[in-house]
Each structure stands twice: as structure tokens, then as C-alpha cells.
Design a protein around this ligand. Structure first.
Ligand code: ATP
Ligand code: MG
Ligand code: MG
Length: 554
């Protein structure tokens, strides 16, 4: 970690250290709201915060920002913990804003006593009309000058459940003429008769984001509170809220902002991702087409590839769009090193080796990973009838076609050189079988002159009688547009790719029978695949993680 170049947030920390801030007082947090699953945008924030923890050997809290029971659920808490841990990070404390509800309430009571907060009994529409515009001051609420006693009384009644939702709110009394609209008497509490996933029905008033976030940072003594740019305008209010509670000798948290990361051909917003789930566009939050951490995991991504991606794009000061091909590059690069190789045919064409003994099986040696000698080797069965890919045979082709054509030779990977002699077609003219001869002395690795003979093409193949049939799920981008949620007059749902999933039957070499859920493998010449949780020993299911090359070159 220490060897990586500093990002601009780390420069801010360095500056603070230079100015006397104690290294031992550094503390960070990652503060997700448990209202959905984490997505690739969150990975940037996770890598930033936990990366700071590693660089400065400082604790990092995982804090659930759980102040809106209408949208939050235990399922999301569990998924978030699983995903952060899977990415390879260890939090110091697991915290919940809901643990601070009593403290936040007590502080709010103090605000009222200090004349800095009041209960407003107008409708939200009325309050909205009084907000003013950035150029014109707002109008003060007719309830702004309620007495402390009246405010304490009403706030207590709000807490006790005496009021309906929307009838009363607690507002900070700041400045209705502030040039920062957020400072125009922001709402601190609202009535919400909803059970909370942790505090159940203990509370029927819930604190707003601004009142919660800085105070939670303060309670946890977070030194640097990093959030995305949309909170830049909130910083003034964050500081105001801290001013009300910070005591001598305690760490005063510092909010700093960095840019959100957007990924091309998808949406990174829990609200929008939830819509895809609810409308059945995908099978769930962990659908392998989703840009969620759990979707990427199911797709076959490794934690390392996601961390490398986040480190490569780094932290920016302006919002921007990262092409998904960069994410794909990183998983391809990692899987190339670690994924064992295997042969599978996804679009089969039958090949009969007419001079090979019928009924015989030979077990050929096959290297597991040319990038990793320690990965060893395995045996693959060879017999008279094989499958190759349809696209690997043509009756006639020019010199640039290095695959099989009539009268031409290719090497079968780990096996023999074969020559196409003739082919059979159905009544529509589709090729149904290719008859070949093989050179019996050309076996790979046998050391004969024939085995060393160079032929232009090498094909993958499987022996039909030994092949495993598997369901193979081929994924394409979920959206046909680069940034589906940035169009003024169109909804992101208008850009869904109707062909983002293709399910086919693949024919696999039998060694793959022993794979377990989550195992990753390279199907040679085809791409990286992993075993889906839907897989059983009776029916294997593979997901294509990514092709071998970027087929989306622009
Ligand atoms: P969403 O719109 O998806 O709900 P959010 O910002 O509301 O995103 P939170 O759960 O509040 O989601 O996010 C936790 C942390 O992750 C916050 O600090 C937030 O700023 C950061 N974060 C969320 N999305 C991104 C993103 N696309 N890029 C970088 N950081 C992000
Ligand atoms: Mg948020
Ligand atoms: Mg959100």
C-alpha cells in the first residue's frame, strides 16, 4: 500500500499530519445505507477508505447509515457485510447509526433548549414554497418563534407517537436567507411510523441524513469523513451540526468529497438497480449481469480484479464515466494467471476420424495452465468421434483461415494432427459431419518428428462419448447505451438490451465434473467461465465471465 502514489485525499491527510494531526488519531469509515446491495461504485469508496486504513495502519469502521426504515432491511445489512469481507477488507468496528438514536435525540433536545431548533407544523408543500431560490431569501415559518417549552413539549409528543406522519418536523433554526439553500432551516427529524430492522418500533421519529452523519462520525471519532461530491454543499451544514456538539479535546471529523464513479453500459444507483430486480429484468441483486459486487462475484470476478480496477481508476475530483471494458481487462488479466484451462465446445460440429480405431479411448496429457507450471496437468479422453466448433470448419476458405478446411490440416489441442477429407450435409445444405484422417505419429508431446510438425491452426475439441453436457449462460451488456441514465427525455429502462442473456448447451471435457460452485476456468479459445450456484452434480451450469479478447473494440 505504502508504495502506491498518493491520491488527492491522501494528500489532504498528509497535509493534516504535517500540521500536527496525530497519526494515531486517524480513523476512517465506510458508511453504506442498507437500502440495497453494494455496486461497483461503492467498490471505489471501499477501496479508498480501507486503502487509507492500510496505508496509515488506521482503523476503518463499517457503519450502516440506517435512518430510513421505509427502505432498509436486514437482508441488505447481511449482503453488505459479505461483500466488503469478500473484497478482502477487515473493518475495525461494525456500527449502526441506529445505535446513536438516543444520543442524537438528546442532542436535539439540547438544541431546542439553546433556541437552535423548533417544531414546524406546516405541510411539506408549505415549507417548500417558503424555501426561496438561490437568489431570493426564503420566508420564515410562522412556527419559527415557538417557545422553548412549547418546542420541547411538541418534540416529546412527536417521539411518543402522538402525531401522524407529515404533521410535524423538527427544524434547525439557522438562516432562511443563507446563500446555501441547505442552511435554510433544514429538517432534522420527521415522524415515521415504520418498524426499523434493528430498533423495531422503539422510535417513530427518525433523524435526517445531515443531523445523523456528522454526529455519527463524531461519536466514532472518525478523523476524515469521505463522501461523494453531491455532499459538497452539505459540508457547511455538516460543520454546523458538529459545532453544536463538539467538545474540547475530542477529534472533530472533517468532511471531504470525491467524485462518484460511473460505469458504462450500466447504472450504479441502488434505486435503479432495485427497479431492475423488482421488474424482473434480472433474476435478483446477484444476477451476473448486475454491476453489484454480488453480481460480479457470481459472474466470476475475483476480489483482486475489482480492487485492481478501483486502484487503476483512482479517485477523482470530477464525476466521470469509466468504460466497462477496463473492468473486463482487469478480470481477464487476473484470470489468465489463476484460471486452469479446459476444453469445451459451445457450438458443436461432429468430426469422425475415419482411420482411428472404433471404440478406443486414449487419455492425453493436458497442461492445466501455461502461465503457472505448479498448476500441473490432467488427462483428456480422445476417441474416434469428436466435437469441434462449427466456426472452425469451412469446406473452402482462403489462406487466412487457419482452421480446418477440406484438404487442410490442423492440430487438435493436446492431441493429433488431423486432415479434413470430406463432409456431410443435410437437405438444407448445413454441414452435419466432417470426416477426417489423423496422423497417428503426430501426438503432442510424443517427441516424434511428426509431433513437432508445424501446422497453422490448433483447435479445441471434446470426445463426444465422454463429454459432459452443461448449461452455459452467455452474458452481454445489460444496456445498449453507454450511459442509459443520462438522457433528458428518456428513462434508463428504455435502453435495456433484450439479448443480454443467451442460454446454450455446452459440451465439456469430463475433468470438469469435479468443479465446485464458484470455480473459475478458461475454456480454451472461448473465454473465462465460472460455476454458477444453480449448478448441481447432475446439471452443471457455467457463467461466461468475459471473453478472451475485447470483442467490443470501438
Ligand atoms: P446509491 O445512489 O447507489 O444509493 P449512495 O451514495 O446513496 O448510492 P450509500 O450507501 O450512501 O449509497 O454509499 C456509501 C458510500 O459509498 C458513500 O460514501 C457514497 O458516497 C459512496 N458511493 C456510492 N456510490 C458511489 C459511486 N458511484 N462512486 C463512488 N462512491 C460511491
Ligand atoms: Mg447515502
Ligand atoms: Mg442512495
Amino acid at each position: 500500500e505504502a508504495s502506491k502514489p498518493l491520491n488527492f485525499i491522501e494528500h489532504i491527510v498528509e497535509e493534516d499530519l504535517k500540521n500536527g494531526f496525530s497519526r494515531a488519531d486517524l480513523r476512517f469509515r465506510f458508511p453504506p445505507e442498507p437500502n440495497g446491495y453494494l455496486h461497483i461504485g461503492h467498490a471505489s469508496s471501499i477501496c479508498l477508505n480501507f486503502g487509507l486504513g492500510l496505508r496509515y495502519n488506521a482503523p476503518v469502521n463499517l457503519r450502516f447509515d440506517d435512518t430510513n426504515p421505509a427502505k432498509e432491511e436486514q437482508e441488505y445489512v447481511d449482503a453488505i457485510k459479505r461483500d466488503v469481507a469478500w473484497l478482502g477488507f477487515e473493518w475495525d468496528k461494525k456500527c449502526y447509526a441506529s445505535d446513536y438514536f438516543q444520543q442524537l435525540y438528546d442532542w436535539a433536545v439540547q438544541l431546542i433548549k439553546d433556541g437552535k431548533a423548533y417544531v414546524d407544523s406546516q405541510s411539506s408543500e408549505e415549507m417548500a414554497t417558503q424555501k426561496g431560490t438561490p437568489n431570493a431569501p426564503g420566508t420564515e415559518s410562522p412556527y419559527r418563534n415557538r417557545t422553548v417549552e412549547e418546542n420541547l413539549d411538541l418534540f416529546e409528543s412527536m417521539k411518543c407517537g402522538d402525531f401522524e406522519e407529515g404533521t410535524h418536523v423538527l427544524r434547525a433554526k439557522i438562516d432562511m436567507a443563507s446563500s446555501n439553500m441547505l442552511m435554510r432551516d433544514p429538517i432534522l427529524y420527521r415522524v415515521l411510523h415504520k418498524a426499523h430492522h434493528r430498533t423495531n418500533t422503539d422510535w417513530c421519529i427518525y433523524p435526517m441524513y445531515d443531523w445523523t452523519h456528522g454526529e455519527s462520525d463524531y461519536i466514532e471519532q472518525v478523523s476524515h469523513s469521505l463522501c461523494t461530491l453531491e455532499f459538497a454543499m452539505h459540508r457547511e451544514l455538516y460543520d454546523w451540526c458538529l459545532d453544536q456538539v463538539v467538545e474540547e479535546g475530542k477529534i472533530r471529523p472533517k468532511q471531504r468529497e470525491f467524485a462518484r464513479r460511473n460505469l458504462s453500459h450500466t447504472v450504479v444507483s441502488k434505486r435503479k438497480l432495485l427497479k431492475l430486480v423488482e421488474e424482473g429484468i434480472v433474476t435478483g441483486w446477484d444476477d451476473p449481469r448486475m454491476p453489484t459486487i454480488s453480481g460480479l462475484r457470481r459472474r466470476g470476478y475475483t476480489p483482486e480484479s475489482i480492487r485492481n480496477f478501483a486502484d487503476t481508476i483512482g479517485i477523482a475530483k470530477r464525476d466521470n464515466l469509466i468504460d466497462v471494458s477496463l473492468l473486463e481487462f482487469h478480470v481477464r488479466e487476473h484470470l489468465n494467471k489463476i484460471a486452469p484451462r479446459a476444453m469445451a465446445v459451445l457450438d458443436p460440429l461432429k468430426v469422425v476420424i475415419i482411420n482411428y480405431p472404433e471404440g478406443e479411448t486414449e487419455w492425453l496429457d493436458a497442461e492445466n495452465n501455461p502461465e503457472d507450471v505448479s498448476a500441473g496437468s490432467r488427462k483428456v479422453p480422445f476417441s474416434q468421434t469428436l466435437y469441434i466448433e462449427k466456426a472452425d470448419f469451412k469446406e473452402e476458405a482462403n489462406k487466412k483461415f487457419f482452421r480446418l478446411k477440406l484438404g487442410g490440416e490442423v492440430r487438435l489441442k493436446n492431441g493429433y494432427i488431423i486432415k479434413a477429407e470430406s463432409c456431410t450435409k443435410d437437405t438444407d445444405g448445413n454441414i452435419t459431419e466432417v470426416q477426417c484422417t489423423y496422423d497417428s505419429k503426430s501426438k503432442s508431446g510424443s517427441g516424434t518428428n511428426e509431433s513437432l510438425r508445424k501446422v497453422k491452426g490448433t483447435l479445441h475439441w471434446v470426445s463426444i462419448e465422454h463429454a459432459l453436457e452443461a448449461e452455459v449462460r452467455l452474458y452481454d451488456r445489460l444496456f445498449i447505451d453507454e450511459s442509459p441514465d443520462t438522457h433528458k427525455d428518456k428513462d434508463f429502462m428504455d435502453f435495456i438490451n433484450p439479448n443480454s442473456l443467451e442460454v446454450i448447451t455446452g459440451y465439456l471435457e469430463p475433468s470438469l465434473q469435479d468443479t465446485a460452485i464458484g470455480d473459475r476456468v478458461q475454456f480454451q479459445r472461448l473465454g473465462y467461465f465460472c460455476v454458477d450456484p444453480d449448478s448441481t452434480s447432475k446439471k452443471l451450469v457455467f457463467n461466461r465471465t468475459v471473453g478472451l479478447r475485447d470483442s467490443w473494440a470501438k
